[in-house]
Write a new protein. Structure first.
Ligand SMILES: [Zn+2]
Lengths: 316, 296
C-alpha cells in the first residue's frame, strides 16, 4: 500500500538515482553527476505527466497513501501550544478523533480532526481514524467551548467513515453524528474545514459542516467508498474503479459542482512526497479564510453557514 | 479490507409495495408465517393479527391512519435538478429514475401532506420506501425543507416518517449534503417552538438515521423497525462482532435510550395526537376527576 502501482516507473527511476548518488568514484564523478541530473529531470517529467492525469481511482489511492500527512503532522507544523482535550464526559475518550486548543499564527483556535495513525501500533490506537460516538460527542463539546470563548474552529477531515461496530450502534452512532452536524450549525464562530485525505460520508460531514470547506488536490469526499458502492450497485467490489469515477469524489469534481469552496494545491507528486510543502499550503489557505471571516458578526457566521448548506441540491 | 457503508443493500424484493387489491387474497406473515386475509390485514393497519408483526404499509394508508378522519391535503414535492452528476452504474441513474417514476407514479421518495391530528395542525413528510428504497437525495432533502417551511408558515407541528435505507448513492456528495440540510430544516421548526416529531419506521438507517431522524423533540418508533447507522451485514463483515437477534430493533433502541416510545401502529394517531395536544394546546378545561367519572 506504501507503493502506488501507477508510480512504479517513477519509483524505479528514483531508486536508480539514489543508487547513483551513493557511487563514489573519483574518475567518474562528473559523469555520475550528469547522469543523476539527467535522470532527475526525467523523473520529474514522469511525475508531472503522471500527476497531471490521475484517474479518480488513482486519486483514491493517493488520498489513502500511508505517508500522506495526517492530523498530528499538521499540528506539529501549524499549531503552537497544542493542548489536546480528551473525552466526551459521558463514556470514553475516542483516540480516532483528536481535538484541542492551540495557537495558529498567533491566534487561539480549536482544532478538531481524525487521526489515522502511521504505523500498526498507532493505527490501532487511533482506530484507523474511524470515529465512535464518543469522538463525535467530544467534537460537540469542543465546538460548544469554542463558541463560549469565541475561538475559531479548524477541522481536518481524514476518515474512511464512522466506525461500524456493535458498541458504536448501541451508544447511538447515528445520534452522535446528527448532533455533531447540529453543533457545527449552531456554532457562532468561523469553522474552517479541510479534507486532507479521505472524506468518508457521515463520519466526515459530522465535522465538516463549515463556513469554508477546502479539499487538498488529491483528497476525496464521498457518500460511500468506491468499494462499498461497487459491491452494492455493480454487485462486485471489482468495479471499484468504475464506482470511483461515477461517484465524482475528487476535489476537482466537488469544486466543479460548487460543493466545496476551493482546492488546495499539492506539489507535483502529491502530499506523500512533499509533506511539509503541502501542510504549508493548507496553513496559508486556512489563514486566508480566517482573515476573510474575521470581521463577520456571530449571527452572520451562523446564517452564512446555513444558507451555504441549504443551497446544496437546490441550485446544482 | 472491508469498507463501511452508510447504505443498506436495497431489498430489491421488497421494493414493490403491497398493491391496493391483492392478486392473492391471502398472504403469509413474514414473521410467524401465519396466513393473513387481505381485508382483515387492511383493517388491522397491515399489522399481523396473529403475532403483531408490522408489515410495510403504503404512504397513502399511513397518512389516512394518522390524520383526523383520514383527511389530509397532499402537497407537491419541489423540483430539483435532474441527475446533475450524470451518474451511471450498470444502468444510468436518469433511466433508473424515469423507470421508478413510471412504475410508482411518484416523483421521488417523499410525500408531503397537511391536516390535523386530534385537532392540532400538522405537516407530515413521509418517505416512500417503494421509491429506490426510500433513499435520500436532493429531492427528499428539498421536500423536508419545504415541509418545514410549511409547518412554520401554518404554525403546525412537523412530523417526519423515515422509511429509508439511507443516502442515495447515485447522487453521491449531493446526497451527503442532505444530512446538514435536513438538520437545518428541522432546526428552523424548533426555533419557532413548534414540535418536531420523528416516527421511525422500518428501516431507518445510514445517512437518514444520522441526520434529521435523530434530532427530534420526540422519537417514536414502530415495533420491530430496524433503526441504525451501519447495516448488520457491514458490521459483521467489517469487525466480525457477534450481534444479538434484536440488534438495531426499535425495542433495542428503546433499551439503549435512543427513542422515547415504541408505539404499535394502531395507537399512533392517538399517541401522537395526545403529544401534539400537550405541546400545542397548553391550557384546556380540566376533565372531571377520575373518581367522579367513575361514580357517574
Ligand atoms: Zn405474524
Amino acid at each position: 500500500m506504501n507503493q502506488l502501482d501507477f508510480e512504479k516507473p517513477v519509483l524505479e527511476l528514483e531508486g536508480k538515482i539514489a543508487e547513483l548518488r551513493h557511487m563514489n568514484s573519483d574518475e567518474d564523478g562528473m559523469n555520475i553527476a550528469e547522469e543523476v541530473e539527467r535522470m532527475t529531470a526525467k523523473a520529474d517529467r514522469l511525475l508531472q505527466s503522471t500527476y497531471s492525469k490521475l484517474t479518480p481511482a488513482q486519486k483514491v489511492q493517493v488520498a489513502r497513501h500511508q505517508n500522506r500527512p495526517h492530523f498530528k503532522d499538521y499540528i506539529v507544523e501549524l499549531i503552537e501550544d497544542f493542548t489536546p482535550l480528551a473525552g466526551d464526559r459521558n463514556f470514553a475518550e475516542d483516540h480516532a478523533l483528536i481535538g484541542g486548543l492551540g495557537r495558529f499564527n498567533g491566534q487561539s483556535v480549536m482544532v478538531i480532526g481524525q487521526e489515522k495513525g502511521n504505523d500498526t501500533e498507532s493505527r490501532i490506537k487511533h482506530n484507523f481514524g474511524m470515529t465512535r460516538p464518543e469522538g463525535y460527542r467530544k467534537a460537540q463539546r469542543l465546538l460548544a467551548m469554542a463558541d463560549q470563548f469565541q475561538i475559531p474552529v479548524i477541522t481536518l477531515v481524514d476518515t474512511a467513515g464512522a466506525y461500524p461496530g456493535r458498541g458504536a450502534e448501541e451508544r447511538g452512532q447515528s445520534e452522535a453524528i446528527a448532533k455533531s452536524i447540529e453543533s457545527c450549525l449552531r456554532t457562532h464562530v468561523p469553522i474552517i474545514s479541510v479534507v486532507i485525505g479521505e472524506g468518508g460520508s457521515g463520519g466526515a460531514i459530522a465535522i465538516a459542516t463549515a463556513n469554508k470547506v477546502f479539499m487538498l488536490e488529491h483528497s476525496i469526499y464521498s457518500v460511500i467508498s468506491p468499494e462499498g458502492c461497487a459491491s452494492i450497485l455493480w454487485r462486485s467490489g471489482e468495479h471499484a474503479q468504475d464506482a470511483a469515477a461515477a461517484l465524482k469524489l475528487t476535489a476537482q469534481d466537488l469544486k466543479s459542482f460548487n460543493l466545496i469552496d476551493d482546492i488546495i494545491d499539492e506539489p507535483i507528486g502529491g502530499a506523500h512526497r512533499y509533506r511539509t510543502e503541502t501542510i504549508h499550503n493548507v496553513g496559508i489557505k486556512i489563514q486566508a479564510a480566517l482573515d476573510e471571516l474575521s470581521d463577520w458578526d456571530k449571527d452572520k457566521i451562523v446564517k452564512d453557514r446555513r444558507e451555504k448548506f441549504l443551497k446544496f441540491g437546490r441550485d446544482i | 479490507m472491508n469498507w463501511l457503508t452508510n447504505i443498506i443493500r436495497p431489498r430489491i424484493q421488497s421494493l414493490v409495495e403491497p398493491k391496493e387489491v391483492p392478486d392473492n387474497l391471502w398472504q403469509k406473515c413474514d414473521a410467524c408465517e401465519g396466513m393473513l386475509f387481505h381485508r382483515d390485514l387492511k383493517n388491522n393497519a397491515n399489522v399481523c393479527y396473529h403475532c403483531g408483526h408490522h408489515l410495510r404499509i403504503t404512504v397513502k394508508e399511513r397518512l389516512a391512519l394518522l390524520f383526523d378522519g383520514g383527511q389530509y391535503e397532499k402537497m407537491d414535492i419541489p423540483d430539483v435538478p435532474f441527475d446533475p452528476l450524470k451518474f451511471k452504474d450498470r444502468k444510468k441513474y436518469s433511466d433508473r429514475l424515469k423507470d421508478t417514476r413510471s412504475k410508482t407514479g411518484l416523483k421521488d421518495a417523499m410525500t408531503i401532506a397537511k391536516g390535523t391530528i386530534k385537532g392540532q395542525p400538522a405537516v407530515i413528510a413521509a418517505f416512500n420506501f417503494s421509491f429506490m428504497g426510500g433513499s435520500m437525495g436532493a429531492a427528499v432533502g428539498e421536500s423536508i425543507v419545504k415541509a418545514a417551511e410549511e409547518a412554520i408558515k401554518t404554525r403546525s407541528a412537523l412530523i417526519i416518517i423515515p422509511a429509508s435505507g439511507g443516502a442515495r448513492m447515485q447522487e453521491s456528495v449531493i446526497s451527503l449534503m442532505q444530512m446538514p440540510r435536513t438538520i437545518i430544516a428541522v432546526e428552523m421548526v424548533k426555533e419557532n417552538h413548534l414540535p418536531y416529531i420523528v416516527l421511525l419506521t422500518d428501516p431507518t438507517t445510514g445517512g437518514v438515521s444520522a441526520s434529521f431522524a435523530m434530532v427530534g423533540d420526540i422519537h417514536i418508533a414502530e415495533p420491530g423497525a430496524t433503526i441504525g447507522f451501519a447495516g448488520r451485514r457491514v458490521i459483521q463483515e467489517t469487525v466480525r462482532e457477534e450481534l444479538p437477534d434484536d440488534f438495531q430493533t426499535a425495542e433495542y433502541l428503546l433499551e439503549h435510550g435512543m427513542v422515547d416510545r415504541v408505539v404499535p401502529r394502531q395507537k399512533l394517531h392517538d399517541e401522537i395526537g395526545t403529544i401534539l395536544d400537550l405541546l400545542m394546546n397548553k391550557k384546556r378545561t380540566p376533565s372531571a376527576p377520575k373518581s367522579e367519572q367513575e361514580a357517574a
